[in-house]
Ligand binder design. Structure first.
Ligand code: ADP
Ligand code: MG
Length: 376
């Protein structure tokens, strides 16, 4: 079998994009609301060159999987669809994309809620921008990446993941109004550090209730006579809804308020309390948490030095985050994960470390305990 390098016509161009965690503002993006993600140090790297033949060739070292396809026949299955989707979106805008040879390697954990999918899309589009000399800015890249994920990967995602991957950095939170795309980079809370722990429970978006929540929010907005739940700021207005939709809408309305409160400038302690409240809302009103995430968040909150904890990402598995006193993240994460893993036999939780320098995520033992994101 030929290696991907054998298909490169010329020296490949390399680009990359980071994963992200969302600090506050969960399930608000598809309701035109506010989000507050930050980039993580882990990145997805893409190398791309024109293909030596008439077909597209894609390789992911993470999956050790190759795919080849011509875009006039059927789209490829699996991860290659994310790549093909990005190419298709450009083509639909009249951009001529020649057959490509493209290789992916990433240290963003896949399917853990850290947005490996957006990192892949944004890295692909950045690489294509350079290879083909396209005049598209970072916001355009985020929007095209989102279109690729919705149209070709079949995930009804909001724009947060792609905007975070395309615009955020590891030292600043990205405050994003998903309706106007107005945005601001804000410093991470002073004296605080972030812990990211993977619950070990796989989360497949297609199998999850994501699309159901999306539809419930649409329906709640329709019944309230507003274009989106973003328009509602007073929870008292939600009393007119059937009780299930009232709960769903209450999460969105209060979550937007929490983001605005955080953005108005709060200390680490208050920020942590907003995270705790966010988790409770996701658990009881939005019903997207699971026992593993609740348990991990409870364990985190019991640790001295922790300001707050919540699940991050869509829920139904994946990761949770905690804000803690700077300098204590590694020890806290280690204590929580070993406690959790001692008591739970089904899934192993892992600390998702930033791979700064030599160490790669795949070199780690499952339960190896390492830290966290650097303080701002
Ligand atoms: P998340 O974005 O939270 O990691 P998703 O389910 O949205 O989870 O996206 C994960 C999917 O994205 C993977 O199943 C795979 O299809 C694709 N993907 C992301 N990164 C890579 C990679 N480095 N190599 C191959 N596929 C990838
Ligand atoms: Mg994703």
């Amino acid at each position: 079998m030929m290696a991907i390098e054998d298909f490169y016509a010329g020296t490949p161009i390399e680009e990359s994009a980071p994963g992200r965690v969302n600090l506050l503002g969960e399930h608000t993006d598809y309701n035109d609301g506010f989000v507050l993600p930050i980039a993580i140090p882990q990145r997805t790297h893409v190398s791309v060159a024109r293909s030596k033949d008439e077909r597209f060739h894609v390789y992911s070292s993470n999956l050790d999987e190759s795919a080849d396809f011509a875009l006039d026949d059927e789209l490829p299955e699996g991860y290659a669809r994310y790549v093909a989707g990005c190419v298709k979106v450009l083509m639909e805008k009249g951009i001529a994309v020649p057959p490509l040879a493209l290789s992916v390697h990433s240290d963003v954990p896949m399917g853990s809620g850290l947005s490996s999918s957006a990192a892949l899309e944004v890295a692909v589009l950045r690489a294509l921008r350079r290879l083909l000399n396209l005049q598209i800015d970072d916001v355009r890249i985020a929007l095209d990446a989102q279109t690729a994920e919705i149209r070709y990967a079949g995930v009804q995602c909001g724009v947060m993941d792609q905007m975070a991957s395309s615009l955020a950095d590891v030292e600043h939170m990205l405050f994003l109004d998903t309706r106007s795309l107005e945005r601001r980079l804000l410093p991470f809370p002073k004296g605080a550090e972030l812990i990211v722990i993977d619950s070990g429970v796989a989360r497949t978006l297609a199998g999850s209730k994501y699309n159901e929540r999306f539809a419930e929010c649409r329906e709640a907005a329709r019944l309230l006579g507003v274009p989106s739940l973003r328009e509602v700021t007073d929870v008292a207005k939600l009393g007119a809804l059937p009780s299930l939709l009232e709960k769903r809408a209450r999460h969105v309305v209060t979550e937007n308020a929490r983001v605005l409160q955080a953005v108005a400038g709060v200390d680490a302690r208050a920020f942590g309390e907003l995270m705790n409240a966010s988790h409770a809302s996701l658990r009881y009103d939005y019903e997207v948490s699971i026992t593993a995430l609740d348990t991990l968040c409870d364990l985190l909150r019991e640790q001295p030095g922790v300001y707050g904890a919540r699940l991050t990402g869509a829920g139904f598995g994946g990761a949770c985050i905690a804000l803690c006193e700077a300098g204590r993240a590694a020890d806290i994460a280690a204590a929580v994960v070993s406690h959790y893993n001692r008591d739970k036999l089904l899934q192993l939780a892992t600390v998702l470390l930033p791979t700064q320098g030599a160490k790669k995520a795949e070199d780690l033992e499952r339960a190896e305990l390492e830290a966290v994101m650097p303080p701002a």
